[in-house]
Write a protein of this length. Structure first.
Ligand SMILES: [Zn+2]
Length: 99
């Protein structure tokens, strides 16, 4: 029996201040990337779909973007890229036993 399906991953790429098209406020928008991956036996294998959205933190309105639009937004972000939350630098200060 083969078990396959899809699994969705959501990444927050940046927080960008935009004038919201719905509420009209210059509010922070989260730029998010949703990747849908094909999985086999619950192991994600390869992405089959990638979507970019912005969501207004003021009114919650979400808007879908093309990859090009998302790239343009990211290129205009002055702050450095946010680090992945799981990418904490590992502490390598090993205990050196005194000889
Ligand atoms: Zn809004």
């Amino acid at each position: 029996m083969i078990i396959f399906g899809t699994k969705g991953y959501l990444y927050t790429l940046a927080m960008i201040t935009l004038v919201c098209g719905r509420c009209g406020n210059p509010a922070a928008h989260s730029l998010k990337k949703r990747v849908t991956k094909f999985s086999l036996f619950f192991v994600p294998l390869f992405p089959i779909n990638t979507k970019y959205t912005t969501q207004c933190t003021f009114c919650g309105a979400a808007q879908q973007l093309s990859k090009e639009q998302a790239d343009q937004l990211l290129a205009g972000v002055q702050q450095p890229q946010p680090q992945p939350q799981y990418g904490q630098p590992a502490a390598h200060d090993h205990q050196h036993p005194t000889a």
